[in-house]
Each structure stands twice: as structure tokens, then as C-alpha cells.
Design a binder for this molecule. Structure first.
Ligand SMILES: Cc1cc2nc3c(=O)[nH]c(=O)nc-3n(C[C@H](O)[C@H](O)[C@H](O)COP(=O)(O)O)c2cc1C
Length: 368
């Protein structure tokens, strides 16, 4: 194995020199306590994975209203800033770089999971398909309140405030969660956006919220510190559109003009649903043609596909989700071509250390 492969070579992201092209994908693990507070376990978990060139910390609500599920962390109170500071200090002390993913779930959540029991809000009063886990058991996604035109600047401001708080907590940047059928994606996709104001209807109107949030956050904390995650052609949480190619063409070209630090795209096939609009679409190629800056790809990558993606120039960085849960020293294992451990799905969203910080690094005698 040539450790000189580009996957293992440094990459400059804004003012940070990343040690390699391997990224920890944002992963919700539902271990926050109280009102959205990360704890020492989070610091341990991220520090264990800090050999990745870039860590993208789990989706984190920008407001109480933006929370959808139990035990996810927040970044809107001073207590949350202090709690995240412990995590970023630990990661930085091991030489890592860490961004925080900013999340508003829109209609894909439940009031029972919010500290203030706020009603769900969304572009239109259309319930997401399916059920959501609450402490009282599974419940259908409720019909959300349609945001008024004048609500929207307040939500943009919530993103900016959360981004500023993330910087105050010591993060190196933020990633705006524009993927997987959450609020930003709900504005993009016609299945969840039936508005008739300047945020709905035409594609130009539906991309407006994404571009407003991105521009406002970039201006507040710096363009190179702002990333965006999209799931072009994805169908999670009821996302769908009759013309996803045109929609994401306009969305991505607009992000390129804003000159953000990176674009992060997810392959649609990982939803495991062969009816996904984009199965077979080369999402990396689609994004590369339209976005001029650094590109991160995610979704079903293994060692060979990741090496190929970076060596061929299809992407600059590759994010790993499930494999990074069970292989805390994933960059080293990939470099050595060592065996990988499969994750235990039953502990993805449970509380406590089991399945979270107890996957060991590779034993020295496993290294070839
Ligand atoms: C347990 C779990 C939690 C996830 N949480 C998030 C999240 O918070 N934000 C997000 O954008 N994607 C989330 N995802 C999607 C992953 O970031 C990633 O795109 C997906 O797992 C595909 O990559 P993989 O094949 O390497 O696992 C999650 C996936 C899993 C399995």
C-alpha cells in the first residue's frame, strides 16, 4: 500500500491544513443530556476520531424549535457553548479540526421532543411521511405550522446566531445541514414547499432560503469556515421534486457563487431505496461540474472507492459515516489496508458509552 496515495495526503481548507482527505460524516448519536448539552463522552468520542482530516460534529439544533428528536445537542444557549468548548478543546489538543453541523428539522420532528414543546414549523402545512421517535413512543409526524413570510428573517438570524455561538465554542467552522429532508431541503423540494411567496413556486424562489442562510452565515463567520451539505436526488423524509437536476443545478451554482468553504454531497443510493430519483446518478460529478470549491462526497464509500474518488479528482475529501462509528482509527486502518469492524446498529441512538466510545482502536499486531 502506498501511503503516498492522495487520500492520505494533506489538504488546505481555508486557513486549516487538514492532515488527510478522510472526513468523519455528521452522525446523530442521541447522547446529549439536559437541554441539548454534550458531555465528557462526546469529547471522548470525537477525540478518538480526531485523526480524520476533518470531523463534522453531529447535527445540532440552532433553536429549541429546530429540534426534532430526543437527546440531540443544541447550539443556542450559553450552557451549550461551554459544554461544546470541552469537546473542541479535546479535539484541538490532539491536532484535529472540527466543524459543527447546524440543524433545523422543520416538519421532520415532534413537539414532544422540544424543551418548549413548540409546534413544528415548515415551508408549508404538509406533514412529513412516517413516524418519529418520542419518549412516549413512535408518533406520526404532525402537520407543521406554515412559516409566514415575516418568520423567515428570524430563522435566518437563528442560523447566524448559532454559527456565531459555534465559533465561540471553539469550532473551526460550521456545516449548514441542507440535506435529508430537513428545513432547508423542505424549502428546496416541491413535495414540501407549496408556497406562493418569494420562497416558493419557481426553482429560483425555492433555492432562496438556502442561499440566504448560506450568505448570512458566511458573512458572519467567514466564507472559508462555512460548508453546506446537500442530498441531491435523495428522498429521505419525503423529499421529492419533478426536476431534481434543474433544482440542484441552480442550488449548487448559487453556492459556488457565494464561495463557501466546501460543498458536501451524499450519494442517494445509501437510502437503500431503489426508487430514489437519483439511483445511478454520479452525484460527485454532478456537483463537481457546478461547484468551484472543495468537494466532500459521502455515502457508501469503502477504501477502494475513496482512494479512487480522490485520486481521480472526482472529489477532494471523502466522508465516512457508519464505518467511522465502529473504527475510531479509520484513517490508519485505511492507510494500512487493515480489516474493518462492522458497526452495531442497535446502539446507534441509545444512551451511554456502549456502542459509542467502546470500539477499540486496532491492536498493534493487526497492522500489516
Ligand atoms: C447513525 C447515523 C446518524 C446520522 N446522522 C446524521 C446527521 O446528524 N447529519 C447528517 O447530515 N447525516 C447523518 N447521517 C448520514 C451520514 O452522515 C452519512 O451520509 C450516511 O451514513 C452515509 O455514509 P456511510 O455509507 O459512510 O455510512 C447519519 C447516518 C447514521 C448511520
Amino acid at each position: 500500500m502506498k501511503s503516498g496515495d492522495p487520500l492520505f495526503s494533506p489538504f488546505r481548507l481555508g486557513d486549516r491544513e487538514l492532515a488527510n482527505r478522510i472526513v468523519l460524516a455528521p452522525l446523530t448519536r442521541s447522547r446529549a443530556v439536559g437541554e441539548g448539552l454534550p458531555v465528557d463522552l462526546h469529547a471522548e468520542y470525537y477525540a478518538q476520531r480526531a485523526s480524520a482530516g476533518l470531523l463534522i460534529a453531529e447535527a445540532t439544533q440552532i433553536s429549541s424549535e429546530g429540534q426534532g428528536y430526543p437527546s440531540t445537542p443544541g447550539i443556542y444557549t450559553n450552557e451549550q457553548i461551554s459544554a461544546w468548548r470541552v469537546v473542541t478543546d479535546r479535539v484541538h489538543s490532539t491536532g484535529g479540526t472540527i466543524f459543527l453541523q447546524l440543524w433545523h428539522v422543520g416538519r421532520a420532528g415532534h413537539p414532544a421532543n422540544r424543551p418548549g414543546a413548540e409546534r413544528s414549523v415548515a415551508p408549508s402545512a404538509l406533514a412529513a411521511p412516517g413516524n418519529v421517535y418520542t419518549k412516549g413512543g413512535l408518533q406520526p409526524f404532525p402537520i407543521p405550522r406554515e412559516l409566514s413570510t415575516s418568520d423567515i428573517p428570524r430563522i435566518v438570524e437563528d442560523y447566524v446566531s448559532a454559527a456565531n455561538k459555534a465559533m465561540a465554542a471553539g469550532f473551526d467552522g460550521v456545516e449548514i445541514h441542507g440535506a435529508n429532508g430537513y428545513l432547508v431541503d423542505q424549502f428546496l423540494q416541491s413535495s414540501s414547499n407549496h408556497r406562493s411567496d418569494q420562497y416558493g413556486g419557481s426553482i429560483e424562489n425555492r433555492v432562496r432560503f438556502l442561499h440566504l442562510v448560506t450568505e448570512a452565515v458566511s458573512r458572519a463567520i467567514g466564507r472559508s469556515r462555512t460548508g453546506v451539505r446537500l442530498s441531491p436526488f435523495g428522498i429521505f423524509n419525503g423529499a421529492s421534486d419533478p426536476d431534481p437536476s434543474k433544482l440542484f443545478d441552480v442550488a449548487i451554482r448559487g453556492l459556488s457563487e457565494i464561495k463557501i468553504g466546501y460543498l458536501h454531497v451524499i450519494n442517494p443510493e445509501v437510502s437503500g431505496d431503489s426508487s430514489a430519483a437519483g439511483v445511478g446518478v454520479d452525484v460527485a460529478g454532478f456537483a463537481r461540474q457546478r461547484f468551484a470549491g472543495p468537494l466532500i462526497v459521502a455515502g457508501g464509500y469503502d477504501r477502494d472507492r475513496a482512494i479512487e474518488a480522490v485520486s481521480s479528482g472526482a472529489a477532494d475529501l471523502v466522508a465516512f459515516g457508519r464505518l467511522f462509528i465502529s473504527n475510531p482509527d479509520l484513517p490508519r486502518r485505511l492507510r494500512l489496508g487493515a480489516p474493518l469492524v462492522e458497526p452495531d446498529r442497535s446502539t446507534f441512538y441509545t444512551s451511554g458509552p456502549r456502542g459509542y466510545v467502546d470500539y477499540p482502536p486496532m491492536a498493534t499486531d493487526q497492522a500489516r
